[in-house]
Design a binder for this molecule. Sequence first.
Ligand code: GRG
Length: 323
Amino acid sequence: MLEAQIHSTNFDFERYLEARRKLVEDRLAEYLVEQEPAKLWQSMRYSVLSGGKRLRAMLTLAAAEAVSVNNATTGATANLSENALQIALPCACAIEMVHAMSLVHDDLPCLDNDDLRRGKPTNHKIYGEALALLAGDGLLMLANEVLIEHTSKSVASANLLAVALELSRATGPSGMVGGQVKDMEFTGAADDKFDIATVESIHAGKTGALIRFALWSGGKLMNGTEEQLTSLYRFGEILGLAFQITDDLLDVTGDAQTLGKTPGKDEATKKATWVRAIGIDGARIKLSEMEAEGVALLEHSALDNRDAPVLKALLKYAIHRKK
Ligand code: GRG
């Protein structure tokens, strides 16, 4: 039913988003069934099953489908898509777990000290700092467990190993953790103490690494060609950058009710952001350049799903979102 709709020419993106969110959330709930120690699992569930756009998971699923559909010589498209979804879903969920843990740790008093996330009190406000820290640690390792346990039968070992390696890289010192540390180094710096290259490098690690991985991993799990994987990686760089520019703009222009988190914090803490580096208008210009580059890449590399422009729609969603 859903597949038939995605593959029709009247592609309804809103319904697509809703259905994909449900798919991901149902599976996440299965991976996070409450068990002992109950408080730990409650704290982990609180932050993973608390809403969120599920953008990263959707990127993995869309990349897997695009590669599967484009590389098939025979087979009904809907069946190919369904198969790709089943193969990529554990990885998509693992990415959402890593993302959720990064939000839990980022909100802690020792980092951003935030009270509000996804429109609800932050994890440590409910469970206390010690449990929030451990829930983050638990989610990080559960992500790896889920990826390996639930993908090992459907994907060749070499591809799964490559995906597991890249997940560690995207999350660790050369990815998200490294970007976060650079972000801390420049927080509080005067405007003339950082430039666009600094901001790009912070965001490429802090936000970009997991988004790049989300796209690349979808292709790798479906045994994509080197050319497809390189294009997915580059598309991930563009989308990751565009996502963060939007985030910086929303921090200035958004409201707490819509955002579900506290706006104005970047300015208050003097973070190295796109808005501080090139101003609101400059950031908007840069954003439309990234959008054009992303669309051109998809069209040039014939990477999108040949039946529905899902990756293109997800890029636009990441850029034009209000939260
Ligand atoms: C210990 C592995 C490890 C990591 C911790 C704290 C930290 C290192 C990194 C911080 C990474 C971080 C929070 C980056 C910000 C990324 C960002 C803009 C998040 C918001 O993403 P959305 O808008 O959130 O997709 P939803 O709620 O929709 O899922």
